[in-house]
Design a protein around this ligand. Structure first.
Ligand SMILES: C[S@@+](CC[C@H](N)C(=O)[O-])C[C@H]1O[C@@H](n2cnc3c(N)ncnc32)[C@H](O)[C@@H]1O
Length: 303
């Protein structure tokens, strides 16, 4: 469906100017989470490929984990996050930096043979709409690795049973625990994936031991090894705060034609196959900027 026919644009959690990478990861004592996420990604993502789309790439924390892909497109709504990613990863020609909204992806259908979305879905007020957009730009059989925040986690279950939390972790609707921060039920995620054209997912549970006291007392390598073992139980039950799934794109999608890449996020017309310059849409005459190594599809250029 061309972007112009889409329903209203859902709100976006804006990371413009945020020090997320420095505050949350670099200084946040989250070595455990970072390492166990790396293990899950390695287990799920096909080792090699042509073109991978990293959705909500942020400052590029995970990008070095995609070394088997010839090219990686880092997409994020925040220009400053992408700038940080570019500063860290460099102006390597393997990487394309794209500022855009996942609800309005600026790519032709059937382009990517893999996509990842790690720690991003929890900002989606309309998760099915985001999944629909992602499915459209994937080739048939493309792998999609998705991480989501799980409302059915042990802590939430205990808190609910002890009446210290009013929302139920057992029901399928998402819970917005802070503005534009959502936890999802695993069954809802599986249903949405199926409805939007993905195969039943393979599931790994991640961050079993995300408890400050444990992280302080138990050596990091031991905690990581235990989490790595327990991740396989994700195929049986999902009770961790974080779940990684791998789904494949199923059904018909035309492959992107050679020489096509970007499309106008406003009218859906293919954009000229030029690189590293502003792009003018022949369909609606909007112009999209290229600045500081980043393609910008957030807002068209003003004359
Ligand atoms: C919690 S950070 C995660 C960054 C990275 N994936 C990681 O795991 O380190 C969430 C990222 O999603 C991006 N994001 C949120 N909503 C978005 C949207 N609608 N379209 C594109 N990116 C979005 C934010 O700008 C932010 O960089």
């Amino acid at each position: 469906m061309p972007p112009e026919n889409q329903t209203e644009r859902p709100p976006v959690c804006d990371y413009e100017g945020s020090d997320y990478q420095a505050a949350f990861w670099d200084a946040g004592e989250r070595a455990y989470e970072n390492r166990v996420e790396g293990i899950a990604l390695k287990r799920l993502l096909p080792k090699n490929g042509e073109l991978l789309l990293e959705i909500g790439a942020g400052a590029g924390r995970n990008t070095p984990r995609y070394g088997g892909y010839k090219k990686v497109v880092l997409l994020d709504f925040s220009r400053t996050q992408l700038k940080q990613a570019r500063d860290r990863l460099g102006a390597n020609e393997r990487y394309t930096y794209v500022a855009a909204d996942v609800y309005r992806l600026p790519f032709v259908p059937g382009l990517f043979d893999a996509a990842t979305m790690i720690r991003v879905l929890h900002h989606m007020a309309d998760a099915p709409q985001a999944l629909r957009q992602i499915r459209e730009v994937l080739r048939p059989q493309a792998a999609f690795i998705l991480e989501y925040a799980n409302k059915l986690n042990l802590k939430a279950i205990f808190r609910y049973l002890l009446r210290r939390q009013d929302w139920s972790p057992f029901t399928h609707e998402a819970v917005e625990f802070a503005k534009l921060n959502f936890d999802f039920h695993p069954a809802a995620i599986r249903n949405w994936l199926k409805a939007e054209g993905f195969s039943p997912p393979r599931q790994l549970t991640v961050s079993h031991f995300r408890i400050s006291l444990l992280k302080r007392l138990v050596p990091l390598s031991l905690l990581v090894a235990m989490d790595s073992l327990f991740q396989w139980t994700g195929s049986l039950w999902q009770l961790t705060p974080s779940v990684f799934v791998k789904a494949q794109a199923v059904g018909e999608t035309p492959l992107a034609e050679p020489g096509t890449f970007f499309r106008c996020p406003e009218c859906g017309h293919n954009l000229p196959d030029k690189r590293e310059e502003d792009l003018e849409c022949a369909g609606c005459s909007r112009r999209w900027g290229f600045q500081d190594g980043i393609y910008d599809f957030k807002e068209p250029l003003k004359d």
